[in-house]
Design a protein around this ligand. Structure first.
Ligand code: GLN
Length: 537
């Protein structure tokens, strides 16, 4: 029978609960256990697919086409768990199914209530994943902060679940903040005491506290937290700020967190260290042999989380090449206002990520042109690929008004147009071309050289697509169609002749990159960027 680890957060949001959950998953996998992870999000949106990146950050896409919370990205990067739509439970999904059932008459005249109907639906979904995945441990992270009204049904559901399965089958870990007050030169434990108090009021007693601190946690402070929060001394685990998120499992290991979890869950397994991970990931992160300047040109540059997987995949590409990737974040609207050269001249590689909407589009097109003309390695992703096609049509093929019908419905040259299947779609939620689709690569291309095989499958999230009517025109001028979806004959990757490394893909390679196994396109992008020795004069 699988065992549960429930992870809650206290005091403030943004404590890195997702990374903590992923790191625990990593540690347990290292000990030979099979894990899966579930994220419960208390918002009423059915999924984050309809949310603006300013609201939510990146929308992470799984193989089965679910638009999910970015924490699932951390889970997949740190562990081998294969995640699906069922690994992200939202209040929206829960209410949607309960209300649909009520309309069908399934509740046979009963009053439908938060307890038991909403909480039962939450438990049902957690148990479904548990049943189907055949894992040793299910890690369930509850989004939000203890004390929020929204997360109460989720907390009640995990309280009940633990009661049902018994104490040795479930563990509560509370991630909390121990703030440092500069004026008093002291760390403060009171907010954590309150947070644990609130948890206890609703019947949840934490077994382990992960204490986020910027200052070291003294033995005295740990003892005090243990005494007032009613947890074992050894279960007060310091979680200091670290420079790289991939150090977190190593730090947890130093505090014997895996041993503690295994002991509390009564699981016996072999001792194994994280030396592989430390050797490759940590060593190369901390002591890279070289550096490389990569510019990311997007419109959500001020937001840390909007391009999360892209930034991580770049770091992975760096690890694979023993190089530190210095990411230069450039707002595409700034490029619109000035010469591209001014902002891009130090770039050894240029990446344009995915996106929606008109803002900053012309700046992205200028950035593509700069990369093409100056032979700077270029990686275009989704909208970045569409911009690359438009730039080429306009500036090389002379189709001056070429555009995507997303931005100009009446364009004379719709080089990018709505996918056929999208034309009848009215609703916005979960209706894009989503998830895993096949792609066949042509031998001899840079894409083939990266993947070293002809058949690949990658994740998608788009409505628009390269318009096949323009294939011949751009091909005659030097575009290589290196990746094609064989089932629908859709362009998946374009490259350029006479350019050292110019690859633009309609899919999102960043979702499948890992720190110890960089995605092939990111690995090769960084490798070719490293060859640009002197940034353009
Ligand atoms: N807006 C474009 C489309 O819908 C690109 C989407 C993306 O970059 N994810 O096709």
């Amino acid at each position: 029978m699988s065992k549960y680890i429930f992870i809650t957060g206290g005091v403030v949001s943004s404590l890195g609960k997702g990374i903590a959950s992923a790191s625990i998953g990593k540690l347990l996998e290292t000990r030979g256990l099979k894990v899966t992870l579930i994220k419960c999000d208390p918002y009423i949106n059915v999924d984050p697919g309809t949310m603006n990146p300013f609201q939510h950050g990146e929308v992470y896409v799984t193989d089965d086409g679910a638009e999910t919370d970015l924490d699932l990205g951390h889970y997949e990067r740190f562990t081998n768990a294969k995640l699906t739509k069922d690994n992200n439970i939202t209040t929206g999904k829960i209410y949607y199914s309960v209300i649909s059932r009520e309309r069908r008459g399934d509740y046979l005249g009963k009053t439908v209530q938060i307890i038991p109907h909403i909480t039962d639906e939450i438990k049902h979904r957690i148990k479904k994943v548990t049943r189907e995945r055949n894992v040793d441990i299910v890690i369930v992270e509850i989004g939000g902060t203890v004390g929020d009204i929204e997360s109460l049904p989720f907390l009640e559901a995990i309280r009940q679940l633990r009661q049902e399965v018994g104490a040795s089958y479930a563990l509560n870990i509370h991630v909390t903040l121990i703030p440092y007050l500069k004026s008093a030169d002291e760390i403060k434990t009171k907010p954590t005491q309150h947070s644990v108090g609130t948890l206890r009021e609703i019947g949840i007693i934490p077994d382990i506290l992960l204490c986020r601190t910027e200052k070291a946690l003294s033995k005295g402070a740990r003892d005090k937290i243990a005494l007032f929060c009613n947890v074992d001394k050894e279960a007060v685990i310091p979680a200091h700020d670290v420079k790289h998120i991939y150090e977190v499992p190593v730090e947890f290991k130093k505090s014997f967190l895996d041993d503690l979890i295994l002991r509390k869950l009564n699981i016996k397994c072999e001792e194994r260290d994280l030396s592989e991970w430390s050797k490759i990931v940590i060593k190369r992160l901390k002591e890279p042999a070289k550096g490389v300047n990569i510019s990311v040109v997007g419109k959500y540059i001020t937001l840390q989380d909007a391009y999360k997987s892209i930034y991580e995949a770049l770091v992975h590409g760096g690890i694979a090449n023993d190089a530190e990737v210095i990411i230069n974040k450039i707002d595409s609207e700034d490029i619109e206002k000035s010469a591209a050269e001014k902002l891009l001249k130090d770039s050894q590689g240029i990446l344009i990520p995915g996106g929606f909407g008109n803002r900053g589009i012309e700046g992205k097109i200028k950035a593509v042109r700069y990369a093409r003309e100056n032979k700077i390695p270029f990686l275009g992703i989704c909208l970045g690929m569409q911009m690359a096609a438009i730039e080429f049509a306009r500036n090389v093929c002379g189709l001056k008004e070429a555009h995507s019908t997303e931005f100009n419905k009446k364009t004379k040259y719709p080089v990018i147009s709505l996918l056929e299947e999208q034309k009848k779609i009215k609703e916005m939620g979960a209706t894009m071309r989503l998830g895993k689709y096949n792609c066949v690569l042509s031998k001899g291309t840079n894409s083939y050289k990266a993947y070293k095989k002809t058949r690949i499958a990658e994740r998608h999230r788009h409505r628009y697509e390269f318009n096949n009517k323009y294939r011949e025109i751009v091909q005659n001028k030097g575009v290589i169609f290196s990746g094609i979806n064989p089932d629908q004959n859709l362009v998946e990757i374009i490259e350029l002749e006479n350019h050292p490394w110019f690859v633009a893909c309609q899919f999102h390679p960043e979702f499948k990159s890992k720190p110890d196994k960089a995605h092939a396109l990111f690995r090769e992008f960084i490798r070719s960027a490293l060859k640009i020795q002197t940034p353009k004069p």
